[in-house]
Design a protein around this ligand. Sequence first.
Ligand code: HEM
Length: 500
Amino acid sequence: MIFFHIFLTVLSFVSFVIIFKFFKIRSKYGHLPGPKSNGLIEFFFGQYFDIYKFLSENNFIEDLQLIWSKKFGSIYVYQFFHQMICITSDEDIIKKILIEKDLPKKPEIYNIVGYPFGERFLGSGLVSEINKEKWRARRALFNHGFKKNSLLQSIEEFNAKGNKLIQKLNLIAESKKSIYMFDEFNRMALDAIAKIAFDLELDSIGNQESELNSFITYGLHGLTLKMTDPLSEIRPSNKKLIKEIKQSIRNLRKFSAEQLRNIIEKFEEDSPISNTIFSNILRHAKSTDDMDFEIMIDDFITFFIAGQETTANALSFCILELGQNERVLKKLKSEIEEILGCKNNISNEDISKLNYTAAVFKESLRKWPPVAAFSRFNPEEIEFGGKLIPKNTWFYVSPFVMSQSEKYFPRPDEFIPERFISSEPFAKENKITSYTYFPFSIGPRNCIGQNFAILEGKLILAKFIQHFDFTLDPYQSLKVVERTTLRPIDGVKVYLNPKI
Ligand code: HEM
């Protein structure tokens, strides 16, 4: 009996401490607008159940944040368990967060990216490294790999991968079968990174059962699961899936380690190694011995994770939008016909003339930014527009929420590439600056691969339109979901009709 009393006393004390802590945290945010937590359950869980219900209906979190933005204004907070999350759609605040204050990445989030379900995935790769000093040294080294000049030389490889994709699509088109464009772009993007970054010929375009592709897909699924549902690990229904995810991540690391050993061996033997992103990085490193092998694996995986699905989704959204916008498609076709005609290889000079194609790609990244949000926090209290934000607030910086703001992008729901063409009258109605439009993020931790992605995106889109007419399968859902990156839920199912 005495033990029971002790147990009850300890339980009451712990409950009191937790309630007091929650109460103290929440009271600091009373002056900021946002959805309020009502009742005992929401006192502890905040908006978790609203979010869970919204996501289980095949929506994505940033769409809910957008609904709240319209209701609560350009800066507001909501509660997610014990965390207070701040969303802003104000360009001055974005500038402060990402550039002037250069707020640090939120460790809890980037640790999930590094180690979902305790398994080393992106580890301390360039995206998930949160120690600023370590990151700065590596970014300086990695910048050598992404120099614009060496990227321009990659145009041949992009053409080669693009031509291979077109060849495959032609075969499918002959059979009159429908095709999921996301899957095809995804394989192409994997092959392009493997070749241009590491001189690896994977041929996942030709191989439906690419193992690497499947390891990556499972890994990304793990990230989404862990990030969107902190209770995912304790749900019995997830047990099998989590086991498969962990095994896939282990397989991915094993595959990556083997590939890297070969690449480094070749490099150290001084055998003629091609001009890849990775070889340019190695050339500038003091010695390969100075580089931690496990971190090299982290970066190897990071390149694929950061660059494959993002680009594939950007291209898929282009097709999804073009399939619904006859006017835009017609204008795009006429530019491509005029500049490329039947050319098999697209040059850098051609690319620089494809202005409307570039605007279509930009508009797709605005309306559907594949990386819909990233996370920062303030180690100290901070003031934004006369409002004090308590320290340790989680800033959820969202290119999606921002690019849906009427204030900066009139008719945000519509797909209008002209907003990015300065000579067009509609462009002047928009307020496009680096702080309102940032699909690649801005500031020191912006995307190192953005020039790579833009070149690849424009070239592959142009090749696709040059070779095919297409129609969207009318029976697919046009909904969008988040699987780490934003993606069309049904993978953009199309019927192709070859032109050339
Ligand atoms: C359309 C395609 C792409 C989009 C929308 C995109 C977007 C982004 C965004 C928003 C970030 C910042 C993430 C954060 O703060 O957590 C980022 C970082 C990064 N991206 Fe990309 N990315 C794309 C393609 C690529 C490609 C092709 C590569 C590599 C070949 C790449 C490599 C990276 C890396 C390594 C980082 C971390 C940079 C650092 O922290 O120093 N990305 N990307």
